[in-house]
Design a protein around this ligand. Structure first.
Ligand code: XMP
Length: 317
């Protein structure tokens, strides 16, 4: 029988043996997977693990500062890199989802490559890849069809000539959380919803601008904090907001408005491979909707996504 304690013990022992005195570089995302993977590697090799956290300008509101802080508290050797402008430049004018993903992935690789070259003698790339990433990126429909390109799998090592170490690639998300708990990682981090590598970049349909990011960050922040306050956050697998490339007519006082539409998305799931839309209480949705419309300038309509996966995916792009 699998237990988290045994997993930690044997994984750390294997990592020690495999890595010896080698240096490892890892990109962290603030998510459960990369954090748990980093702590395991850190347990095995300590300061020889160099972590990099990139601000791609597509993170949640205040996420960069908060996450960087919590990593420092965990004792990780981490560097925060502000690359927002590089990403916005690379994304400028692009509307196609896969083109956007690739632009984000490529910029990420460039930034990461540049940063890791500032380190000397790095031999390994650590990654928080989990089992579903491995199979979804190969494809659920057969090897020739990629449903969505996941930029967190592959890409980096070929260019950087680093050997890859992925301590979580046999685990599902719930197992990763149990391992993280055994490692004493903050429950707030462990309980975090999955968040895609391309971040808000695939939740802003159409082209991406700093202003659209700002609007979506505000909407997302209201939705997520409302879920927390209502005790619903831990009941859903993942939640977020999508900024639609659509304006609709509204009325405010006696003025006609013509502003953006946002969709809220919350799903229940056990592994992200299938998902049901979360049956959130109407009262809750009503409050979140009026909160968003009252507080976020530029948004006058909120809709709720009632599609399950399949046939819809969790993300809209
Ligand atoms: P979909 O939208 O395919 O999402 O149902 C399944 C899970 O994967 C996440 N996701 C991504 N994660 N890079 C990532 O790191 C990506 O390009 C990407 N696309 C989707 C999504 O948030 C959900 O948890």
């Amino acid at each position: 029988d699998w237990t988290a304690d045994q997993f930690v013990e044997s994984t750390v022992a294997n990592l020690k043996q495999k890595l010896g005195n080698d240096k490892v570089v890892m990109a962290l995302s603030g998510g459960v997977d990369s954090t748990v993977a980093a702590i395991l590697v850190h347990k095995a090799i300590g300061k020889n693990l160099h972590c990099i956290f990139v601000d791609n300008g597509l993170l949640r509101k205040n996420e960069f500062e908060q996450v960087l802080d919590s990593y420092k508290h965990m004792g990780l050797n981490i560097k925060g890199v502000d690359a927002k402008d590089k990403f916005y430049t690379a994304l400028n004018g692009h509307t196609d989802p896969e083109v956007k993903r690739k632009a984000i992935g490529k910029t990420f690789i460039d930034v990461f490559d540049e940063e890791s070259h500032l380190l000397t003698d790095v031999k390994w790339l650590g990654q928080g890849t989990i089992y579903p990433d491995v199979i979804e990126s190969v494809s659920v429909m057969g090897p020739s069809v990629t449903i969505k390109s996941h930029h967190n799998v592959g890409g980096l090592p070929a260019k950087m000539k680093l050997k890859v170490v992925e301590p979580l690639n046999t685990l599902f998300k719930d197992e990763v959380r149990v391992v993280g708990k055994t490692l004493g990682i903050d429950p707030l981090i462990l309980g975090r919803h999955p968040f895609p590598g391309p971040g808000l970049g695939i939740r802003i349909l159409g082209d991406i601008t700093a202003e659209k990011v700002r609007i979506l960050q505000e909407v997302d922040s209201i939705f997520i904090s409302s879920l927390r306050n209502a005790g619903l956050y831990d009941k859903v697998w993942q939640a977020g907001a999508i900024l639609l490339p659509v304006q609709s007519v509204g009325v405010m006082g006696d003025e006609r408005t013509y502003e953006q539409v946002v969709s809220l998305r919350a799903v229940t799931s056990t592994d992200g491979m299938t998902a049901d839309w979360a049956h959130l209480p109407y009262e809750f949705l009503a409050n979140v909707s009026s909160d968003i419309i009252n507080k976020v300038k530029g948004v006058n309509r909120v809709v709720y996504d009632i599609s399950s996966k399949p046939p819809a995916t969790i993300e809209w792009e």
